[in-house]
Design a protein around this ligand. Structure first.
Ligand code: THU
Length: 120
């Protein structure tokens, strides 16, 4: 499955992160239903709370390109709660989250990690 966005590519995008404050780089690769890939990395700011996580950057990247149907996301850390709520706006319950960390791949359904999103 990793051939989809490639472990090496994910590591490459992680290295491009702008994380001078925490020193913690995160890479993400979002896959659309028709197999396109959109990368994202975390972008920190001197005004710390303006920091944007890798997953949200990947979603914005894809959304700007007209994408609306998503299959899975590869990410180098577990997604934070804010990112899960952000994703909830655009994904179905069977959307997959694949955490690629320490040479291991852990696979989850979106609903396992975030079963009760806030909805209006
Ligand atoms: N971070 C992400 O990019 N994704 C997450 O889901 C959790 C946290 C980033 C934000 C910040 O730049 C760094 O990790 C340390 O919190």
């Amino acid at each position: 499955m990793m051939s989809e966005c490639g472990g090496e590519e994910l590591e490459k995008i992680k290295k491009m992160a702008h994380a001078p404050y925490s020193g913690h780089r995160v890479g993400a690769c979002l896959i659309t239903q028709d197999g396109k890939e959109y990368f994202g990395f975390n972008i920190e700011n001197a005004s710390y709370s303006l920091t944007i996580c890798a997953e949200r950057v990947a979603f914005v990247h894809a959304l700007l390109n007209g994408e609306r149907n998503f299959k899975r996301i590869y990410v180098t850390d577990f997604p934070c709660g804010a990112c899960l709520q952000f994703m909830a706006e655009f994904v179905q319950d069977d959307f997959e989250i694949v955490v690629v960390k320490d040479g291991e791949e852990k696979r989850f359904k979106f609903r396992e990690l975030y079963p009760h999103p806030f909805r209006l």
